[in-house]
Structure formats: structure tokens, C-alpha cells
Design a protein around this ligand. Sequence first.
Ligand SMILES: Cc1ncc(C[n+]2csc(CCOP(=O)(O)OP(=O)(O)O)c2C)c(N)n1
Ligand SMILES: [Mg+2]
Length: 320
Amino acid sequence: MTIPKAQLLDVYAVAALGKELDDRVQQLLMAGTIATTWFSWRGSELIGAVVGTVMRPEDQLVAYYRDGMSQFAKGSSVQRLFAEALGKATGTQKGKSGWVHSVDLDANVVMNSGVVGGQLPIAAGWGLASVLRGDDKVTVCTFGDGAANEGAFHEALTLASLWKLPVVYVCHNNRYAEHTAFDKTSPVAHVADRAAAYDVPAVTVDGGDVPTLWDAMGTAIERARTGGGPSLVEATTYRFRGHTRYDPMRYIPAGEVDEQVRADPLPLFRSWLVEQGRATEAELAALDARARTEVEQAWEFARDSPFPDAEELLADVYAS
Ligand SMILES: Cc1ncc(C[n+]2csc(CCOP(=O)(O)OP(=O)(O)O)c2C)c(N)n1
Ligand SMILES: [Mg+2]
């Protein structure tokens, strides 16, 4: 399907914001200006940008720690997420969870988790809630290739398929889980190959190919919304930086990262937009400038926000 221009620009804007934010955070971390747990998403910005843009605002997102872009595309505030990363009272969880477990119910980002694979059964639960309530919301759940080796993956796909739950599982396959290559832990070449065992329709697409990923997501979301049950979309990608910033990446063959960085899908998508006449250089330059401003404003907002008061420590621990 031809993607409307406004949505193509939305995808670019979110991906450009994600790149800008990741680069800025790395710079602040390396300078010792901030301290936070940060999992770089450089290399895979377009996946979340597409996923969050294809979803309807009322659809629910269960994200994973390396996927900020789907949260931004759903409308999560970069200021509040930056503040959360720095443990500030203005953060999405009042600074008590950090980026890795940020939730933003206003944007229907119902969960973000650092528990590898923990997202998958919880997304099935949100899907079951939609069935019981009779609403037509779709839940999209993002996770990494390593999460597909957790028992939770198998449990979630089994129940989602048996109960025809309206869930779309989106795997960011960046070829590594921490320091272990995917081919050392998976006897099959693709996470999508596993879905046949649960009778779940699945495809593997290039996570940098926006039109193909857009179509795959559109098909999967439509199937979920119309009672067809869950699907799995595996988007191939690459992690330009280490698992965390302390990772010297010695387990990666020489030259592999450089080769992948040279093929960075984000600038390629930018050139494609211009070559295809879908956007002008001036429009994209304006979005690049906006991304820089938004990130700078978010950093200043987070930096200048207070830490939570000590009495906040015991608040929000139990549901009242
Ligand atoms: C249940 C659980 N086991 C182990 C960890 C430690 N851990 C954090 S990230 C990670 C790697 C996950 O890899 P993948 O799912 O491929 O996501 P990626 O980091 O590559 O985006 C591991 C093992 C964890 N957080 N949770
Ligand atoms: Mg991975």
C-alpha cells in the first residue's frame, strides 16, 4: 500500500528524534554528565517509528527497553521519558522506575519492560482483556531475538493463538542478545520460523525497509482487529553500539559493525524519500532541526527537574 505522505514524514520525524536522543545521551554519559542505564537503539530507529505510526492511538503498546521509538510514535513525551531516565520527579513514573520500565497510559503505552520475554504474556493478557471487554483495540508487543529463547515466548504464543487474541508480536532481531550471537542459540535462521509451531502467521522483513514493514504491520494489525488472532512480524536489524555502554564488543567479528553502520537504514530512508519525490530536502531538514531542538529541550527539562521527595519512596508501591 502507498503510505500517505504525512505518515511517511511522521515515521522519519520519530526515527530522527530517536537517533538524536540516543546520540545525545551517549555523549552525556561519556562526558560523565549523567548516569543512567541506557540500551542504545542506534540502527533500529525505523522499526519502532513504523510500528507506532501504523497503530491507532487507542491501540495498546507493550514495548521493550531498546524500543523507545514505538513509544514516541504513540505519543509518549520525550521530556518525561528523559526525566524518567534521570530519576527525576517529572518522569513518567516520577523517577522511580527509570527508562527501562517506563509506562505512559496517556499514550496507551501500557508497559515497557527490562525483563527479557516478560512482555509477551502480558501482551496476551491485554489482548484477552480486549476480547472480554468486546473492544476492537489491538495490542502490539515488541521484544528482542533473545526473548524468543525464553519460555514466556512459547507460553504467550500458544495461548494467544489458541484464544485468537488480538495481539501482534514484533521481534527486533538485531542478531545479538547481550554478548551472544543469535545463530549460537537458535537452530532455525529466523524467529518467524518458530511461529508455525503455534499456528501463528509470521513474516521476516528487513527492519530498514519502511514500505515492506508498513505493509507487514498493516496486515497483522488488520488480522488482529478483525478476529483473526495473533501474528508475528520479525524485523531484521543491527545494534550499532554495544549491549550497554560498558560493552567493548569483543565478541563481534572485526569489520562487522563498520559494515552495518555504513548501511545505516535511516539516512538511506531519508535519501529514498527525496529520490521518490515523497518529501523535499527542506522538509526533512526542518524535521532534523526539530529533533535537535526537542532533544535539547528534553535534556534541559530533565536536568532542571527535581529528584522525587524522600516521602515518595513508599508511595505507589501497592494499588489502593
Ligand atoms: C529474564 C531476564 N533474563 C536475563 C536478563 C538480562 N538481559 C538483559 S538484556 C538481555 C539480552 C536480551 O537480548 P534481546 O532479547 O535480543 O534484546 P536486545 O538487547 O538485543 O535488543 C539479557 C539476557 C533480563 N533482563 N531478564
Ligand atoms: Mg537482540
